[in-house]
Write a new protein. Structure first.
Length: 208
């Protein structure tokens, strides 16, 4: 048996290890590689996000005890995960606060690349604090309270002392530059998304 297999979506020849198992298939593997399956799932979620959010919300409301019990039974897992991924949880909390202010640009809400950039910024903050012994903060150059976006291009790492003394002050010219840069970034994302949708449709047509 060959050690490789051709993915029916991306048409690339890949190692058998990157295909999930499927007992119904003759070779015991799915016809799509894991990367393509994950991309398809992400695309599907983006296109059906509102329905899924509503469905999950309704399910949690109808099954409150199950959700509570499950979290209690796995409390040690969550505690360990938070300790091992402090930078990721710091970014998550910041994003939650920003969402409450409607400060996250809609086009970037489910962008994995943007999320990774944010996580790396908070990771760098922790590294600087640990290396220097001086507390550092991730600061919004254009404050959220003044209408600034929660976006990697609007973040800077400064000392806690500098951040607290800065308060919510900002330069309007700087805010204008940030907004223009954000507009340029999101326009590019729109173009990339349209291209992705065209490629996805072509792949589906070929599968049909």
């Amino acid at each position: 048996m060959s050690d490789t297999k051709v993915c029916c979506m991306c048409k690339e020849t890949k190692p058998r290890e990157v295909f999930s198992k499927d007992r119904s298939r003759k070779d015991g593997l799915r016809t799509q590689c894991k990367a393509c399956v994950n991309q398809y799932k992400k695309q599907w979620y983006q296109e059906n996000r509102e329905q899924m959010v509503e469905y999950n919300k309704q399910w949690r409301q109808e099954n409150p005890e199950y959700n509570k019990q499950w979290r209690q039974e796995n409390s040690e897992y969550f505690k360990k995960r938070r300790q091992e991924n402090k930078d990721m949880y710091a970014e998550y909390r910041a994003r939650r606060r920003a969402l409450k202010r409607d400060a996250v640009p809609e086009i970037l809400t489910d962008c994995p690349a943007e999320k990774e950039r944010l996580v790396q910024i908070y990771k760098l903050r922790d590294l600087l604090t640990k290396a220097t012994g001086v507390e550092y903060h991730v600061d919004h150059i254009w404050p959220l309270s003044k209408g600034g976006p929660h976006w990697s291009g609007n973040l800077q790492i400064i000392t806690a002392e500098e951040n607290l003394s800065k308060n919510a002050s900002f330069c309007e010219d700087t805010a204008r530059v940030i907004q223009e840069s954000l507009n340029e970034n999101t326009c590019g994302r729109h173009r990339d998304r349209r291209s992705s949708l065209r490629l996805h449709k072509t792949a589906c047509d070929e599968l049909d």
